[in-house]
Design a protein around this ligand. Structure first.
Ligand code: NAD
Length: 507
C-alpha cells in the first residue's frame, strides 16, 4: 500500500503519513457512497444542518491544532492558516447554516394565464454521489466548502484531497468522523493523480474540481464522455490596476499583500500589476519599500512562508529566469541562480518585462510581482483582458465612476475596487472564473443549488376533464388565433381572451 508522507516544506521535517487508497477499492467506495445516499438524501435540510453545526463546533474547539497542521503541511505561517484558510471555511459554514433551509425549500413561482388553473413550483433534488477534488494551496477551505455545500444539499461525497498536503486531508477525515456524520456519507480517498483519474472515471453524479487548467481540461473530457455535470475552479492571472488618482500608499500595501500572500500561491493573487505611467516610478519605489519590510519564516512573526510544492518552485524559477533572460529588470528580490533555499523564494518585483514573456501570460503561482506601465483607461482594459484567464481583478482609483466603468469591462469572475482578493470572503457573492479560469459558480445560494437537480413541478387540481390544447384540434384554429392576438397583442384584451378561452374549453 502506497504511503503519502507529510513533510513540512519550510523545514524539511518529516511529519505524519497517510495511506493512499488502492485503486481496486474505488468501486466499493462508490457503492458505499451510493448506498449512504439513500438515507442521507431523505433527511430534511434541518436534520443535515445538525451535523454541520457539530463539525463547525469541533473546528472552533480545535482551531489552533488545525492552524498548525495546515501550517506544517503547507509551509505557511499559522496566522495565514487561520485568517485565509480556516476563517473563510467557518464563515462559509455559518452562511450555509443560516441560509440553506430557505435556499433549498421548494419555491412557488408564477404561472402564466395561458396555464390557467395550475400552480408551479421549483424543487431542489440532490444529485447523488458528488466527487470533490481539491488542491494544496488552501487545502482546508477548497476541500471543505464544496464538501459541506454538497452534503447539506442532500448528496453524499467522496473527497480526494491533494496528495501534496496529505495531513490536512487526514484532519478533514477525522473531523467528519468526530462530528458524528453517518457512515459513508463522506469518504476521503487519499491519493494522487491516478486516484483522482480513477474516481473521475468511476462516474460520480457530479464533479467539483479545484486546481490547474491542465487537470481541469482532463477532467472535463472524461466528464463529457459520461455527461457528468461539473464545476471547474481553475487558475488565474489576475490584473491589479493602479490609476494615478488612487491612494498610492494603500495601493502599494495592497499590491504587496495581493501578490505575496501565501507566497503568491493564490488563484486570485495579483499576477500582473498595471500602473499608470505618470506614477510608475513613484509607485515602484513604494512597492520596493513595502516589499523590503516583509519577514519570511514559518512562525507567527513571519509575513511570508515557504512555497508548498517543489514542482511549483521550479515553474516560478523558470518563468523568472525567462523574463530576466529576455531583458526584464530585477527591481527587488534575488536572481533565481542564487536562490539558496529549496522552498523559500524572496518576494520579487520585476520591471521592463517583454509583453509576450511567459510571466505576463501564464499563471506563476509564486511571490513574483510583475509591474507593467499603461497610458490610459482604454489601454489598460485591453492589457488586463489580454490573457486566457479571467478569475479576479482589482482596480485602484479615487474616481468611483471610473472604477465601476473599468470593472464592468474586465472579463473576470470578480472585480474588487480599492482592495484585492476579498470578494471570495463574502458568501453572498458568487465565486468562479471566466475563460480558462473555470466553469460555473459556487458560494451563496448558487453554491448549494449546483449540487441539486432543479426540478420544475406543475400541479393541476385534475378536476376539469380536458385542456384547451388537447385533441381534437378540429375547429380550434380560429379561436386560438384570436386568443393569442388578444393575449400577446400590444394592448391585452382580457374580455376577448376569456371569451375565446371558454369557447375553446367547450370544444
Ligand atoms: P492540480 O490540477 O495539479 O491538482 C489538483 C487536484 O487534482 C489534486 O488533488 C490532484 O491530485 C488532482 N489531479 C491531478 N491530476 C488529475 C487527474 N488527471 N484526474 C483527476 N484528478 C487529478 O492543481 P494544484 O497544483 O493542486 O493546484 C494549483 C492550481 O489550482 C493553480 O492553477 C491554482 O490557480 C488553482 N486553484 C484554483 C482555485 C479557484 O478557486 N479557482 C483555487 C485554488 C487553486
Amino acid at each position: 500500500m502506497a504511503i503519502l508522507e507529510g513533510i513540512n516544506p519550510a523545514t524539511g521535517e518529516k511529519l505524519d503519513s497517510v495511506e493512499e487508497i488502492e485503486i481496486q477499492a474505488i468501486p466499493l467506495l462508490m457503492e458505499k457512497g451510493q448506498q449512504a445516499f439513500k438515507s442521507w438524501s431523505r433527511l430534511t435540510t434541518k436534520e443535515r444542518l445538525h451535523y454541520l453545526r457539530n463539525l463547525k463546533e469541533l473546528m472552533v474547539r480545535d482551531i489552533e491544532k488545525l492552524a498548525q497542521v495546515i501550517a506544517d503541511d503547507t509551509g505557511k505561517p499559522p496566522t495565514e492558516s487561520l485568517v485565509a484558510d480556516i476563517m473563510p471555511t467557518l464563515d462559509a459554514m455559518v452562511h450555509i447554516i443560516s441560509h440553506a433551509e430557505k435556499t433549498l425549500q421548494p419555491k412557488k413561482v408564477k404561472t402564466p394565464l395561458l396555464l390557467i388553473g395550475k400552480k408551479s413550483y421549483v424543487e431542489y433534488m440532490p444529485r447523488g454521489l458528488v466527487l470533490v477534488i481539491s488542491p494544496w494551496n488552501y487545502p482546508l477551505q477548497l476541500a471543505l466548502v464544496p464538501v459541506v455545500s454538497a452534503l447539506v444539499s442532500g448528496n453524499t461525497v467522496i473527497l480526494k484531497p491533494s496528495e501534496v498536503t496529505p495531513l490536512v486531508g487526514k484532519s478533514i477525515e477525522e473531523l467528519f468522523k468526530h462530528a458524528g456524520f453517518p457512515n459513508d456519507v463522506v469518504q476521503v480517498a487519499h491519493g494522487g493523480k491516478e486516484v483522482g483519474a480513477h474516481l473521475t472515471e468511476a462516474k460520480p453524479d457530479y464533479i467539483f474540481f479545484t486546481g490547474s487548467v491542465r487537470t481541469g481540461k482532463i477532467i472535463q473530457k472524461v466528464a463529457a464522455e459520461h455527461l457528468i455535470p461539473t464545476t471547474l475552479e481553475l487558475g488565474g492571472k489576475d490584473p491589479f490596476i493602479v490609476f494615478a488618482d488612487a491612494n498610492l500608499k494603500r495601493a502599494a500595501k495592497g499590491a504587496v499583500w495581493a501578490a505575496f500572500t501565501n507566497s503568491g500561491q493564490v488563484c486570485m493573487s495579483a499576477e500582473r500589476v498595471f500602473v499608470e505611467r505618470k506614477i510608475y516610478n513613484q509607485f515602484t519605489e513604494l512597492l520596493k519599500e513595502e516589499t523590503e519590510k516583509l519577514v519570511q519564516g514559518n512562525d507567527n512573526t513571519a509575513d511570508i512562508g515557504s512555497m508548498t510544492y517543489k514542482v511549483q518552485v521550479d515553474i516560478v524559477k523558470r518563468q523568472v529566469k525567462d523574463a530576466l533572460d529576455r531583458g526584464a529588470t530585477l527591481t527587488c528580490g534575488i536572481h533565481p541562480d542564487k536562490w539558496s533555499h529549496p522552498m523559500f523564494i524572496k518576494p520579487t518585483i520585476l520591471t521592463d518585462i517583454p509583453k509576450d514573456a511567459e510571466i505576463v501570460q501564464e499563471e506563476t503561482f509564486g511571490p513574483i510581482l510583475p509591474l507593467i506601465p499603461f497610458d490610459n483607461e482604454e489601454e489598460v482594459i485591453v492589457f488586463a483582458n489580454d490573457t486566457e484567464y479571467g478569475l479576479n481583478a482589482s482596480v485602484w482609483t479615487s474616481d468611483k465612476m471610473k472604477a465601476r466603468r473599468v470593472a464592468s469591462q474586465l472579463i473576470s469572475g470578480a472585480v474588487v475596487i480599492n482592495d484585492a482578493i476579498v470578494s471570495v470572503a463574502n458568501h453572498h457573492l458568487p465565486f468562479g472564473g471566466t475563460k480558462h479560469s473555470g466553469i460555473g459558480r459556487y458560494h451563496g445560494e448558487e453554491g448549494l443549488k449546483i449540487f441539486c437537480h432543479e426540478k420544475a413541478i406543475v400541479v393541476d387540481s385534475g378536476k376539469r376533464n380536458k385542456e384547451i390544447q388537447w385533441y381534437p384540434y378540429e375547429g380550434k384554429y380560429e379561436d386560438f388565433l384570436q386568443l393569442f392576438k388578444s393575449y400577446f397583442g400590444k394592448k391585452k384584451d382580457w374580455l376577448h381572451f376569456m371569451k375565446r378561452y371558454l369557447r375553446l374549453l367547450k370544444k
